[in-house]
Design a protein around this ligand. Structure first.
Ligand SMILES: [Zn+2]
Ligand SMILES: [Zn+2]
Length: 458
């Protein structure tokens, strides 16, 4: 089996793994790097050789896993694009939004090569998309059987519990198997239940390592973290400022909305409207519509009915009053430029009445990362367009992650019991921790930290 990590960087970056199994080739994920710009953000598809690729399989619809799919389709025009049924409902929305974001960035930041693909191109490739149920075995190379003269390997999606439609992907060849975790969550969130990976065994494992650099404190529970969030919201209301919870539009937004809805229902928070973004609203509706088909909790909790959701209009974030304990659950999670969260932050950071509560991952090099790292009263560079800000508002971090804790991932390694592991989707410290732990507990497992565009034969 040959595996090439096409992520242009050695951090979380953009996920894209080329796998060659029984002379058939499949690309696992086609992400876009959130911190890089233009073509630098794209996986190194050109470095994956000249052979035909039979299929592209998508683990879930976050931008770092799917954002460069049209470019992958351009590079591998014969490939069918396979995903879960739920991802099939989301993927075009995510990619069309990405065209809009890139077009804005071309105009406002002067990145000439943007957009890297167009709405028309998306409509053309959408004909190659196919959605499958979890736990169905699919011959991913059946269409190209004649060319290769070999029976097709198969693929199976396993529910990863990370976001709607998320999946780990099991590839089965003639003799060997490979499992790719994608992004995975081994604990229940407010909506989604934990991953269903119990039956997974494989010879080779490609594993995410996002939280390898983070130890969970012994006394930590999600319930206590939620109590802490409630107390922080009450304190913010007393100050009569506003509250912003920066969140990715897909997954994080709906988890936060569900949590707020339940807390309001229990009387722990006062009932009030919640401000969200346009894309957040679209995904919230899809979460509601698919509630009965999703492996989740609170199947009867429909967010649109339970909450009074107000969609921020264009330009509103620049001018609306930030008072009265207004709550914003708004993109982007890392407060990247040209987003409502970035605009609101530039107005809130210097005002001690305001509160910003983080509930997910923020890269240290993103505006959110800069804000988190600054001390109270310190003047720091927030972003190139906003320049310097002085941190006076209340900034807090709540651990309500949608990624597996490192201890749970390590247990999963024991369950899968592979002969080789490739570590990805994490920073250097995170991958190092896993490599050390795996070497310690299972010295026979060969551990790789594959560098960009270097093929590993396992
Ligand atoms: Zn993700
Ligand atoms: Zn990811």
């Amino acid at each position: 089996m040959n595996i090439t990590n096409l992520n242009p960087d050695s951090d979380i970056g953009s996920s894209a793994w080329m796998v060659e199994l029984d002379e058939h080739r499949i690309l696992l994920d086609a992400g876009m790097h959130p911190k890089r710009e233009g073509l630098d953000a794209v996986p190194r598809y050109g470095k994956s050789g000249t052979h035909d690729v039979d299929a592209i399989a998508i683990s879930h619809c976050h931008h770092d896993h799917v954002g460069s799919l049209p470019l992958a389709c351009r590079q591998f025009p014969k490939a069918h694009v396979l995903m879960t049924e739920l991802s099939y409902l989301l993927i075009e929305r995510v990619l069309h939004n990405s065209v809009n974001v890139m077009t804005r960035q071309r105009d406002e930041l002067g990145i000439r090569e943007y957009p890297l693909y167009t709405h028309d191109e998306l409509d053309d490739i959408a004909a190659h998309f196919q959605g499958f149920k979890y736990n169905r075995e699919v011959e991913w190379s059946a269409y190209h059987k004649a060319r290769a003269g070999m029976p097709s390997p198969t693929l199976e999606f396993f529910d990863a519990g990370h976001t709607l439609g998320s999946a780990g992907i099991l590839l089965r060849g003639k003799k060997e198997t490979l499992f790719y975790t994608g992004d995975v969550c081994f604990h229940d969130q407010t909506i989604l239940k934990s991953a269903r990976f119990e039956d997974v065994k494989a010879d080779v494992l490609i594993m995410e390592t996002t939280r390898g650099n983070r130890e969970v404190p012994k006394e930590f529970t999600r319930e206590k973290e939620i109590e802490r969030l409630v107390a922080a919201i009450h304190a913010a209301e007393k100050k009569k400022g506003a509250i912003m919870i920066p969140s990715f539009a897909l997954g994080r937004t709906q988890e936060m909305l569900a949590l707020l809805a339940l807390l309001m229902r229990e009387g722990k928070l006062k009932k009030q409207p919640i401000y969200i973004g346009g894309l957040g609203r679209v995904f919230t509706e899809i979460y509601d519509i698919e509630a009965a088909r999703t492996h989740r909790q609170h199947t009867n909790l429909h967010l649109n009915d339970a909450l009074q959701l107000i969609v921020l209009e264009k330009g509103q974030a620049d001018s609306m009053k930030l008072s009265g304990g207004k709550i914003f659950v708004i993109t982007a999670g890392m407060m990247s430029e040209n987003t409502a969260a970035h605009t609101l932050a530039t107005r809130m950071v210097g005002d001690e009445k305001q509160s910003i509560f983080f509930v997910g991952y923020a890269d240290p090099d993103s505006p959110a990362g800069h804000l988190k790292a600054a001390k109270l009263g310190e003047t720091f560079v927030f972003s190139p367009s906003a320049g310097q800000l002085t941190k006076r508002c209340d900034v807090q971090d709540f651990d309500l992650t949608a990624h597996a804790n490192r201890g749970d991932l390590l247990e999963f390694v024991g369950q899968v019991s592979p002969r080789a592991i490739l570590l990805g989707h994490g920073d250097d410290a995170a991958r190092k921790w896993f490599e050390e732990q795996i070497n310690l507990r299972w010295p026979k497992i060969k551990v790789y930290q594959p560098q960009p565009a270097k093929m590993v034969s396992v």
